[in-house]
Ligand binder design. Structure first.
Ligand SMILES: *Cc1c(COP(=O)(O)O)cnc(C)c1O
Length: 410
């Protein structure tokens, strides 16, 4: 049996507790469980915005020379490399996840020119699927996007025609986590590459790109990594692949000698050639608020906290709400679970709306899944307790039946 005292005991023993105060607190009484969509932002973000503004007023175009605006994509990448099992010089933060998917999926196809199949699952995130479908069309039907529903069947389908296994590490609805080591092992054995989208994993669970044998990866920074709405995305390439091809988008920021203003493209060494155009200086300045914190966070501590929050929340949902129609949809085994905990209820949409009104910010995905995203740097076990109590009350009193909760927001 878990009770409030036990939850508070977990919080008292939490080595990451010191970070909670460095994030902007939500409205009083609100429990923010939306890290799977957009994570909380650090308190010092407004001060960073003001500093940037001041720099602009004082320096104007010299801002480019006196500040690190052009280095930000690599500095930001280096700040979170340890969280995803990457070397600091193998990851950059640039563009958005969709664009980075296009850049790296097309690169994968050029690295395996004799192979024609992109292997994925129909439940992959929509933009991931659309980017692959659009790319196949652009290539005039030379490439086939093969989406296979059953996980074991997908692994068995990896073969001599597979160019790249193209998956999200974590399912955005159920939170199912692929065994990255196993998938990479199977892909490598067949001579195929792997491209991972770590959007629902980075900043929450143990991602080990290099150690797992992955080849390519992208991911959002506005979810568990707390970069703020629309913050630029991460892009990682295993070192051995970085120099083998031109980037698909050969922009001037990826040129070997940017300010030579040459007429002919020559790719920058390494990962930097994946930069395209002028970095999003303002967004980069704000995302640095969270990334400066991440530099102080050890991955093992992060993972231990996330595991503890997840197991506490799952146990509480079962203990407090199991008899009220709540069924956990996420894998019971933590090693197979991603950043959020998902549960089903016959009236999940209205329940999620009623939760929002009760100050519990989660999200709903059709057909019936409610998601609670667990941000390890700012959530307490006590928050899990409160969220479960409020859910229990909504279900017991059936407040979700109120007509105002029948229209479900996104
Ligand atoms: C959130 C998410 C995206 C979003 O991509 P954007 O280009 O940032 O809009 C892509 N893939 C996955 C798996 C996601 O969860």
């Amino acid at each position: 049996m878990l009770d409030l005292d036990r939850c508070r005991q977990f919080d008292a023993d939490d080595p990451l507790a010191r970070f909670r105060d460095r994030f902007a607190a939500p409205e009083a009484g609100t429990i923010f469980l939306d890290a799977n969509s957009v994570g909380a932002m650090p308190k010092d973000v407004p001060a960073r915005a003001a500093r940037l503004w001041q720099l602009w007023v004082e320096q104007r175009r010299r801002g480019w020379t006196v500040s690190d605006w052009l280095e930000k994509p690599s500095l930001l990448g280096a700040s979170i490399a340890h969280l995803i099992g990457a070397q600091p010089d193998d990851v950059i933060v640039t563009d958005n996840t969709s664009i980075n998917l296009f850049k790296l999926l097309s690169l994968a196809l050029r690295l395996r020119p004799e192979r024609k199949v992109v292997l994925t699952e129909p439940g992959n995130f929509p933009t991931d699927l659309f980017i692959a479908q659009g790319l196949a069309r652009y290539l005039g039907g030379q490439v086939e996007v093969r989406a296979i529903d059953r996980r074991d069947a997908l692994l068995d389908a990896i073969g001599a025609d597979t160019a790249v296994v193209y998956l999200s590490h974590v399912d955005y609805r159920t939170s199912y986590r692929w065994d990255m080591v196993e998938v990479c092992r199977r892909a490598r054995a067949a001579g195929a590459l792997t491209l991972w989208d770590v959007s629902h994993a980075a900043g929450a669970i143990d991602v080990d790109l290099e150690g797992s044998g992955a080849d390519l990866a992208v991911g959002c920074t506005y979810k568990y990594l707390c970069g703020g709405p629309g913050s630029p995305a991460l892009l990682w390439i295993r070192k051995e692949h970085q120099k083998r091809e031109w980037p698909t988008i050969a922009g001037w920021m990826g040129h070997a000698d940017l300010f030579a203003f040459a007429s002919d493209y020559e790719p920058a060494p390494g990962i930097m050639r994946q930069l395209t155009g002028t970095p999003a200086v303002i967004a980069d300045e704000l995302v640095a608020g969270a990334f400066d914190l991440w530099r102080e966070v050890r991955k093992d501590e992060l993972v231990a906290k996330h595991r503890s929050l997840s197991e506490t929340l799952k146990a509480l949902l079962e203990q407090e709400c199991g008899d009220l129609g709540v069924a956990i949809d996420s894998p019971a085994d933590y090693e197979r679970q991603g950043g959020h905990v998902a549960f089903r209820h016959a009236h999940g949409g209205p329940v999620c709306e009623a939760l929002l009104d009760a100050g519990v910010v989660g999200s709903f995905r059709k057909p019936g899944v409610v998601r609670f995203g667990l941000g390890p740097l700012y959530l307490l076990h006590e928050d899990c307790w409160i969220a479960a109590q409020r859910l229990k009350e909504i279900l017991e009193t059936e407040t979700w039946r109120d007509p105002k909760y029948q229209k479900v927001s996104v």
